[in-house]
Design a protein around this ligand. Structure first.
Ligand code: UD1
Length: 426
């Protein structure tokens, strides 16, 4: 079993290059299902979730090859996806259980092939996470939905027709699924209360490059004029705002100074505002965002909400920050009902945190103390790594597969800016 061993107390300084965004790459990798021409995606991160989705696409008959050069080197990997021959429309349990985002193949497959069957998804254990909004949206475009033996089947024997989709609350995944589907439906689809996350805008940009007619992406009303056929394109995956935000927290926690190369401040304004309130000096540079400690670290309050408000994917990392800030902080998780699993692990390192329903009160302590901890989900793992960077002595993080789902070369990137961190195999 691999573990990360972090010896805390090092100030981080230097440049960290931010990778392509996992959460943008996953929906983007489903767009080739909509066309018989090749789609090239550049700046793809090397992450376990990307491999899982590649396996699923291969299973469906999509050929995935390295595009140009050897596909390695900085700037991420470029892959060509060729879905000219879709061989299967069933996404099986064995692949889907590894990653919830597999549900994103459902809409594109129905739109192109007239039917699709996807195992009910698994993924991070952060609450119940149903897919009802995805299914209702597909029904609004004329798909017939059936559930059997843990699988959901969507079919549209007479094709899909544009319709009105009004989400009762914001869902990133459901917005992405229906956006891809509507691109090939007959007529106009309007999506009300659509997610406004930058990953939606990135997806719409790629689809538009494929010939889709989309207006309003990035606002709460998106309109899609269906077209008969989409064509191939080349699209660069946007930089990962959650990875950038996580390293921004590392800069402040270690009283350091990091340039997050490629990061875009407009994608992460809410977390940057909280960091500034807590004690960071933030500047937008030509090639990224610089985060530098002003020497102080003050407590803060956060409520997670859909974009542009504070993202749930940064909640755990900011809780690590609050653990060592002056005074008390209150963090309320309003998106997922079970996303405080990092709390007992942070407490093992000496944090003082009390959870009451969906709110956690964190009383900053003078120092954390290294210990053995267990990563429970992707972002929780990162909060433990951040805590380890400032804890006295060694912090040992077990169950690294969660981290490897979402952070590319974490230990290399941190070591290059001064952290003492090692991956060991015992
Ligand atoms: C995406 C992100 C994830 C992030 C989340 C919220 C990807 C691959 N994952 O997940 O990292 O934490 O957005 O920003 O991009 N819900 C339903 N029914 C549905 C769909 C969602 O009730 O059909 C609920 C969820 O349980 C949750 C809320 O809606 O409480 C928001 O979830 P959603 O935005 O859909 O998250 P994901 O797209 O799964």
């Amino acid at each position: 079993m691999e573990k990360l061993v972090i010896t805390g107390g090092k100030r981080l300084e230097g440049i960290i290059e931010i990778s392509g965004a996992k959460n943008a790459a996953l929906p983007l990798m489903c767009t080739p299902l909509l066309t018989d021409e090749p789609v090239v995606l550049t700046n793809l991160p090397r992450l376990a979730d990307i491999t899982t989705l590649t396996d699923l696409l291969n299973h469906l008959g999509v050929t995935v090859t390295i595009a140009g050069g050897d596909g390695t080197g900085s700037g991420g990997r470029s892959l060509t996806f060729d879905a000219s021959n879709i061989a299967d429309t069933v996404a099986p349990y064995d692949i889907v259980r590894k990653m919830r985002a597999s549900i994103l193949v459902l809409g594109p497959l129905v739109a192109r092939m007239g039917e699709a069957t996807v195992s009910m998804p698994g993924g991070c254990a952060i609450g119940n996470r149903p897919i009802d909004l995805h299914l209702k949206a597909l029904e609004a475009l004329g798909a017939v939905i059936e559930m059997e033996d843990g699988y959901v089947r969507a079919s549209a024997p007479r094709g899909l027709t544009g319709g009105e989709v009004r989400f009762p609350f914001v869902s990133v995944g459901a917005t992405e699924n229906i956006l891809m589907t509507a691109a090939l439906a007959k007529g106009t689809t309007t999506i009300e209360n659509a997610a406004r996350e930058p990953e939606i805008t990135d997806l719409a940009k790629c689809l538009t490059g494929m010939g889709a007619r989309i207006t309003g992406a990035g606002t709460e009303t998106i309109t899609v004029e269906g077209v008969e056929k989409l064509h191939g394109t080349t699209h660069a995956v946007m930089p990962d705002r959650v990875e950038a935000g996580s390293y921004a927290v590392a800069a402040l926690m270690t009283r350091g100074d990091l340039l997050l190369k490629n990061a875009r401040s407009a994608d992460m304004q809410a977390p940057l505002d909280v960091l500034a309130e807590a004690g960071a000096i933030i500047s937008s540079e030509a090639d990224g965002v610089r985060v530098k400690s002003n020497g102080n670290l003050q407590g803060f309050n956060i409520v997670t909400q859909p974009f542009p408000a504070f993202p749930t994917d940064m909640q755990a990392q900011f809780m690590a920050l609050a653990s060592v800030a002056d005074g008390a902080s209150v963090i309320t998780e309003a998106i997922f009902e079970n996303r405080f699993m990092h709390v007992p692990e942070l407490c093992r390192l000496g944090a003082d945190i009390t959870v009451n329903g969906s709110s956690a009160t964190i009383r900053g302590v003078n120092s954390l103390k290294g210990a053995q901890v267990m990563a429970t989900d992707l972002r929780a793992s990162m909060s433990l790594a951040l805590a380890g960077l400032v804890a006295d002595g060694d912090t040992v993080i077990n169950r690294l597969y969660h981290l490897d789902r979402g952070y590319e070369r974490l230990e290399d990137k941190l070591r290059a800016v001064g952290a003492q961190i090692e991956r060991v195999n015992d």
